[in-house]
Ligand binder design. Sequence first.
Ligand code: FAD
Length: 414
Amino acid sequence: METILFLAHTELDGSLGKPAREALAAAKALALNLAEAKLAAGLVGGQVQPAADSIARSGAARFLGVAGADFSQSRYASDAAAIEALCKASQATLIIAPATSRWNRVAAGAAQRLGGGVDTHIAGIAVAGGVVWVNRWYYRQRLEAVLQRAQRPWFIVVDPGNHAPYEGAAGAAPVELIPVNLPESCKRTSVAGTRQPAGDAQTIRPGAALLFVAGAGWTKKQADGQLHVKEAEKLILDCLRLTRASLGSSKSLVDLGSEGQAVLGFLTHLNQIGQTGSTPRHPKGLAACCHGEEPHTVGWRFINERRAINLDPNCGWARGKADVLYVADAFAVMAKVNELMAAEPLKAPLQGHGLLQQGQVGEILGTADEFLAAADARQREHRHLEAEPLNSPRAFELVAEAVQAVHVVEEVHQ
Ligand SMILES: Cc1cc2nc3c(=O)[nH]c(=O)nc-3n(C[C@H](O)[C@H](O)[C@H](O)COP(=O)(O)OP(=O)(O)OC[C@H]3O[C@@H](n4cnc5c(N)ncnc54)[C@H](O)[C@@H]3O)c2cc1C
């Protein structure tokens, strides 16, 4: 008989974050599908009672907690001690935990202490023939494996986004507080604070409606025989600022930096899309100055609508890799797209948006810059509204209009 422990850390206000509620949904479903399984909840944090109350009706038979100031922040030594204590107190055999950065850091260490096993990046959990199976992807989502383990306890660390988060009525949960005496040696690390980049500094936005991919062409000599890297930087950043698109790159472009060539300063290897890069899942993608070679476009497998701007009518995009290829100068097209974007009434893309509905932004419509500065501040303030204030695929749509204004344009529809 398995004892399933839903293992989560609380947020600073004592609540449970979305990844934790997703892991709880997975743990609850597993308990229902596994004969005679018992479900318990193990919570770690500065305070755990609000979190326990919020999941009081989740079906957990026990609520165990390790609470106190020593456990409010992410720290390997105190988190490992808390997890060890919760697993021992609950006698858990299966531990379902969310893949937050805090738990990712400590799950393997805690499993090792308990003589157990761990699997991370789990995308699904199922029961077949009375056996628990987990799914995870390998080799950049090209291979999916289905695994089982005899070793117990077994830590199953669930990636966010794979389960609908648990939503249930709150109640009063009796929490059994488990004492953990931390020696001074476990308190050597203290968290001084949290720093996060400003909204504009972050160019990788998994939730964005549009992926904008820059290729090495932005840094190559143009028709006048000159480099225009600074101009390229401005065009790309303006596009990102106006659309809140996510920024992808070809490998050639991110590699240029290490080869001592002129590069776009805000790009890193994390932006790289492709065989040796990432495989994002935005609904639309727009590539500019990127050749569209197979090792790059393989990273576009999950992008449904694709357009590309390239001077070369024989580039890879023309060979069935994009729905529409605009044979045009990307500098001219993107300058026009940005001009059209900036001139658009900002209200339009916001229609139906949560912020507007709640009357949060109605009064601040001004110039694009004023609006975005205020929207960023409000976005930070109203994170619970989730969607970004301006997250629109408009650049994608406006390219067709922009190319009309640009010389030497050919449109190739696949
Ligand atoms: C094992 C292996 C793994 C790889 N993995 C990856 C990967 O993960 N991701 C990846 O991206 N690549 C990968 N590559 C490299 C890949 O094959 C290509 O070399 C790379 O994608 C080319 O990048 P690019 O299109 O930006 O540059 P280029 O090939 O230099 O193309 C630049 C393009 O810009 C266009 N251009 C120039 N100026 C303009 C302008 N003004 N307007 C419009 N267009 C313009 C040119 O016509 C040209 O098509 C891999 C290669 C190998 C061998």
